[in-house]
Design a binder for this molecule. Sequence first.
Ligand code: SF4
Ligand code: MSK
Length: 628
Amino acid sequence: MKNFESFVNSDMVSLLEKGKRDGVETVWDRVEAMKAPCGLGSKGLCCRICAMGPCRISPVPGKGSSRGICGATADVIVSRNLARMVAAGTAAHSDHARGIIHLLHQASREGDYTIKNPDKLISLAKEWHIDTEGKDIYEIGHMVAEVALENFGKAFGEMKLPASIPEIRKELWRRENIMPRAIDREVVSIMHSTHIGCMADAEEMLRMALRTSLADGWAGSYMGTAISDILFNVPKATKTESNLAVLEENQVNIILHGHEPSLSEMILLAVSDSQLVTKAKEVGADGINLVGMCCTGNELSMRHGTKNGGNFLQQELAVITGTVEAVIVDVQCILPSLAELTKKYHTDFITTSPTARITGATHIEFNEEHAYESAKKIVLKAIENFPNRNKEDICIPDTKTEFMVGYSVEEIIKHMDKVANENEKGTLMPLVNTIAEKKIRGVAALVGCNNPRIKQDYNHIKIAEKLIENNILVVATGCSATALAKAGLVNIESAKLAGDGLRSVCEGLNIPPVLHMGSCVDISRILQLTGEVAKLLNVDISDLPVVGVAPEWMSEKAVAIGVYVVSTGIDTWLGVLPQITGSEKVVNILVNDIENIVGAKFFVETDPIKTAEQIIERIDMKRQKLGI
Ligand code: SF4
Ligand code: MSK
């Protein structure tokens, strides 16, 4: 490892240098140790689905085997591998949602989990034709939870989908046989079809992947967001700070990392518990500093303005500061390397979920039945660790950035209501008007992860800068939103970096040119936004000047997201090459033919500036077609 600035922004270099001095290993060391990635795996040409294999298909015609031992071709193997990634991503988002729905089912007036937003609950109940007349809000909550759970294993027909989907889009999904039936069913269907001796037709395999991904986006993720809002409230615009400089030298620092608000909401309460604050002072700290990371960071900052330590690639760097008493995690995107790394420092690494046990971590299972007590026990462990900190060997970087967060669709509408005509209040019509007037040229959703094969945050930032400069409003979630927040693009002042039209809209509404809309699961908020705008215009979502971009994606969840965004009719750019290039047919379907099925396609472009240029061109093309 030589030039740290080629991996991370300059503000993180001091931590990589400290890590090197401390003799610890980071994700960037392991990228280097891995050397070039496996050529066949990179192309998706390796199959280990059965014990006749593993089979490797030669990418060079005439050289090596062109079929697996069972006879599967490259097209079959590549499409099966991709479909399994979609199934895994769908399972991850949707299982998260299942947990939240169970919380709603257990919520009670006296319990740890209560219903904070009855209005959203009643509106969902009405949308689902649940009789609310004369019923207690908790009774309604439990009924809504039961109906939501049916979406996982519904035995017959189609699943319950949100009212924000235009009818024309649902018709298309039915016509193309990609209308999802039930979340678990679609995931299981892929696992069945990819078993040895089943699906051997790349096109049909991909069609299954589209159907499954739609169950993720418009049901798993959508319900996860909606029911989190019901339990923990709909986010409102609020100001907070991002980056590792939010760690405090004289406080008990807790990094809360993962995805599930069930844990983070309780830990947030526990860190304000007077007994625990007193305890922190007794051990010599000034207080307890809770810092969110990755999507838990987004969930917490969206609803409470909690400080955000950073995105995916900062979890190890946080520990290297030497100031973190505990990294508390639940599920998804947690590097198992934290178990080894934290041992080199005083940091406690605490797993809390049976879904993500990690050898070497301290496991304190989070008990949702006694959530608050459970959270206090976990926080106490962090406090007790404070005296073990080596105060002589700490390094907190200087840079932190203020940013605005909390732009749920409801909050966007509330902002627009300030300038809306009376008959347009409470709707997204003012947004439509600014698009029609070309003040906003289009909307780009920047989403997804960091990937250590790309300099951290670089692509996210470059693409966003170029887009806002060209009057394209950016809406962002997940690690992309955090990258842009750290770069100073998610605050009101950054409107000056936008083109004239977008700047005038931002100044008029007092919003940033990049709207932070939440965690990865909250991409459902972006789906809702596009669906409602399409309905207002009486067009399909694929007609809108809207795109998706995942500049530094890495996870299976991101694959599921990319596929459901395209299946929704939104063109999507990928900044990291997916593992599919071993099949010309699969590539061709995804970057060409799929447009004839769902009205949108994938673009793969690793250069951020070219990505932005292609997006602008495509948005202009959509505008022209719409006649605006
Ligand atoms: Fe090989 Fe076919 Fe078995 Fe895959 S399913 S490992 S290609 S024999
Ligand atoms: S946390 S899936 S690294 S966005 Fe949602 Fe970030 Fe990607 Fe995880």
